[in-house]
Design a protein around this ligand. Structure first.
Ligand SMILES: [Cu+2]
Length: 170
């Protein structure tokens, strides 16, 4: 009888200690392209500024010249007519009127010039494109109504849109 000595051969199960050597080693994002948004913002600001100036120029051209004498009655003349189309003054009164042309020299009909003429009162004012001038108007001593006109553009003084009415009250 042989005894087989059974030697336990329990090899120590060596659990290999696989340690994660590649641990969380500072996951840092790349910062190489951080200046790009700044450049875009600067570009957008410049574009806005240039665009704003351009729009401002266009708007100012559409609006015509600004009043230079705020104490004067403002009368704007354009191809569309006079604004306001009527004025009222007292007999014998002298008023300042600032006449402005709202049209550019690009208008083939009159080149942007407009007129404010009242034959009976010897008034014949003219203003160039996108400019204004202050005139003095002395109303006659007796009440009445007078038609002023522009004979430069829009078919001349027969065109009702190029006319206005001056009323002289007592
Ligand atoms: Cu006119």
């Amino acid at each position: 009888m042989t005894r087989r000595s059974r030697t336990a051969r329990f090899a120590g199960q060596q659990v290999p200690a696989h340690r994660e050597t590649a641990g969380p080693a500072g996951h840092s994002p790349s910062r190489a392209s951080s200046s790009r948004p700044l450049r875009l913002a600067a570009f957008a600001l410049i574009a806005l500024a240039v665009g704003g100036v351009a729009i401002g120029l266009v708007v100012s051209r559409l609006q015509g010249p600004a009043a230079t004498d705020i104490t004067a009655v403002q009368v704007h003349a354009s191809m569309g007519g006079f604004d306001p189309p009527a004025l009222t003054v007292k007999a014998g009164q002298t008023v300042k009127v600032e006449l402005s042309s709202m049209d550019t020299s690009m208008h083939s009909d009159g080149g942007g010039w407009h007129q404010f003429a009242i034959d009976e009162l010897g008034i014949d004012w003219k203003v160039g494109p996108l400019s204004s001038e202050v005139f003095e108007l002395t109303a006659p001593a007796t009440p009445g109504t007078f038609t002023w006109y522009c004979d430069i553009c829009c078919g001349g003084k027969e065109n009702p849109s190029m006319q206005g009415k001056l009323t002289v009250t007592a």
